[in-house]
Design a protein around this ligand. Structure first.
Ligand code: ASC
Length: 152
């Protein structure tokens, strides 16, 4: 064992102790998992700006909101092309994703429906409907994370 290996082993032990919880230590991230993470990151900027608008931190503009939802509706579906069990490591995806495919698929469909509804609400431009639809998308994110993502 060279010095580098010793340091790596020590770091792994610290990580293991720090994480604990339901998900255990941070898993390796194979290429499928890395693609999925990148796709989730890509969908976030538009969602964050929409969040500012519905919360009143940024002026609401229907024109801008419609552009944001158009991009978001495309991007929000892409991470789901990358939910295959990755032999090189699943990152933050818990084993329940592969163990409960029917439930996972049902939640995916619910999320897509919530995203489509947000897009539909942005077309008519009523902030009340948009806000409800936006919050519904956030709730859908969270409900899946609660079951299928390593606790943060
Ligand atoms: C976000 C984000 C999530 C969801 C979730 C909603 O902005 O990164 O994972 O919203 O927190 O409750």
């Amino acid at each position: 064992m060279n010095l580098r290996t010793v340091f790596a082993a020590a770091a792994a032990t610290v990580t293991l102790a720090a994480c604990g919880g339901q998900g255990g230590p941070a898993a390796d991230k194979g290429p499928i998992s890395a693609e999925r993470t990148a796709a989730f990151k890509r969908m976030m900027p538009e969602f964050a700006v929409m969040g500012k608008m519905v919360k009143g931190d940024e002026a609401f503009s229907q024109g801008k909101f419609k552009e944001l939802t158009a991009v978001f509706t495309q991007n929000a579906k892409k991470p789901f092309d990358h939910f295959q069990n990755d032999p090189q490591g699943n990152g933050d995806a818990l084993p329940a994703v592969w163990a409960q495919p029917d439930d996972f698929k049902r939640r995916e469909s619910e999320f897509f429906a919530a995203v489509d509804e947000l897009n539909a609400q942005s077309q008519n431009g009523r902030l009340e409907g948009i806000t409800a639809a936006y919050n519904n998308v956030g709730a859908s994110c969270k409900s899946c994370h609660d079951v299928y993502r390593r606790p943060k």
